[in-house]
Design a protein around this ligand. Structure first.
Ligand code: C2O
Ligand code: CU
Length: 488
């Protein structure tokens, strides 16, 4: 049997299955400059409009003199940036020009109406190659968000489909610079072709890691910043798999937002970001000539996420004390009245895996069944013992729970596996109340990392719709750790 993912890449002609020893990612050089391009703004009857087109683009991701890699991107370069203001309507005209696959766009962390949430079969029809879709909504909250497809995620995101979505309107006083740092690994063979995005070994454990680390597409991100200035750094973990543990050397940083949501500023020691998680920092840059670094201390080999060198005349002389960002209008859960529910993130029973294994690979019907699957070929994970089934989004499993719109809920998220899981709830910004294993500042988030043996409590006011609830390690959601809440 050909695993579906390999089958698709074979059709697309985009990847070859090169043999490379796993587990020892080499540090390769990326040719991309580290400057993210904005999506051009157009006005249509007074509405800010942006065009995104998913397409195949060849770029020398391994170095200017290196081989071309066949990426799937929304623009000519990876990670285009849409920038709007809070409370202002925005229209996105999306065209799917992928060679073979349907797609959709999910606006991660943005509290859009359910119909615009971008989940094929659940909130909209899949967008077939050659056709388009118009998303139109008014972002209610300011902050650092992103967008990505919600089908064959390890493949489509793995090959490059993702973008940054910044909503302005949360700064009481302007920063001297505002820098986006989007971390993403790529699974490339030395010849520039993509390695399989998912492996059984990875999907059933911590995930399949990339071979090339980048920030904004660059293998080592470096730039100049104004000296003795107050900078806003927006760090996004857009990797499919990797948990980053960010710290700073050579400057002082305060955490000012988590997943785009304002927090009472606190000094950055280190902070763990699972896939999809974001962290906004205020940093007082050093004197001219000095360099400070953001470092990932979580990797086996320390990795510099960014090296920023101060230059020019000092911008500020007053002591560093960034004011809190302006809070977004997120409804506060009523903890006294909240209903408590427990969700266990665990391993799967093997029934679905054996169903897939039972399919006769030579029977044309098997190929049709496998090809209709929006998720992976194997099931390793579950939420409350239920695994997202292999018959795709088309035939929906029952919801994990039915909740009442407008009511407050307290969820206890319990990790029953030996791997960390960044748990994401669509359509909601929840309050992270506590962890059983570590002190956590009270904060709001759309994705929370739950470590092995950890119990994390979150609370939120339910919004009506069918909202996906899943781990954001893409291979985990594709192999069972996904469900949805039906809220009415
Ligand atoms: Cu970024 Cu279903 O999520
Ligand atoms: Cu997971």
């Amino acid at each position: 049997m050909i695993p579906r993912r390999k089958f698709l890449t074979a059709i697309g002609g985009a990847a070859t299955v090169a043999a490379l020893p796993f587990g020892a990612p080499r540090r390769a050089r990326s040719a991309l400059s580290g400057v993210l391009a904005p999506v051009p703004l157009e006005m249509e009857q007074g509405v800010k409009t942006f065009r995104l087109r998913s397409r195949q683009v060849a770029l020398p991701l391994l170095g200017a003199d290196g081989p071309q890699s066949s990426l799937w991107l929304y623009a000519d370069a990876p990670l285009p940036v849409i920038r709007v203001s809070r409370g202002e309507p925005v229209r996105i005209r999306f065209t799917n020009d992928l060679p073979t696959e349907h797609s959709s766009i999910h606006w991660h962390g943005i509290r859009v109406p359910n119909a615009l949430d971008g989940v094929p079969y659940i909130t909209q029809k899949p967008i077939q190659p050659g056709s388009g879709y118009v998303y139109e909504f008014t972002p209610p909250d300011a902050g650092t968000f992103f967008f990505h497809p919600h089908c064959n995620e390890s493949g489509q995101v793995g090959q490059g489909l993702a973008g940054i979505f910044i909503v302005d309107g949360d700064t009481p006083a302007p920063f001297d610079d505002d820098i986006i740092l989007a971390a993403k690994d790529w699974r490339l063979a030395p010849d520039g072709s993509f390695l399989p995005f998912t492996t059984i070994k990875g999907a059933s454990r911590a995930g399949t890691f990339g071979t090339v680390r980048t920030v904004n597409g660059a293998a080592s991100f470096a730039r100049q910043v104004p000296a003795s200035a107050d900078l806003r750094l927006r760090l996004l973990n857009l990797d499919s798999t990797r948990v980053i543990e960010v710290g700073i050397e050579g400057a002082e940083a305060q955490v000012i937002a988590i997943d785009g949501n304002a927090v009472v500023p606190f000094p950055l020691d280190t902070w763990r970001l699972g896939p999809a998680m974001r962290l906004d920092l205020a940093v007082r840059s050093p004197a001219a000539g000095a360099t400070f670094k953001l470092i990932d201390y979580g990797a086996s080999e320390l990795y510099d996420l960014a090296a920023l060198t101060a230059e020019g005349a000092p911008m500020r002389t007053e002591p560093f004390s960034p004011p809190p960002l302006l809070a977004s209008p997120i409804p506060a859960p009523d903890l006294a009245a909240a209903e408590t529910q427990t969700y266990l993130f665990g391993a799967a029973s093997d029934s679905i895996a054996s169903f897939v294994d039972s399919l006769d690979p030579d029977d044309p019907l098997s190929a049709v069944i496998l090809d209709s699957l929006c998720t992976g070929d194997e099931t390793f994970w579950s939420i409350n013992t239920l695994s997202w089934p292999h018959d795709g989004h088309e035939k929906l499993p029952p919801p994990l729970a039915r909740l009442k719109a407008g009511k407050s809920y307290r969820f206890v998220l319990q990790n029953g596996t030996p791997h960390p899981h960044p748990i994401h709830l669509h359509g909601h910004t929840f309050t992270v109340l506590s962890s059983s294993r570590r002190p956590l500042p009270l904060h709001q988030a759309d994705t929370v990392l739950v470590a092995p043996k950890e119990r994390v409590e979150i609370a939120f006011v339910a919004r009506s719709g069918d909202w996906m609830f899943h781990c954001h390690i893409l291979e985990h959601l594709e192999t069972g750790m996904m469900g949805y809440l039906r809220i009415a």
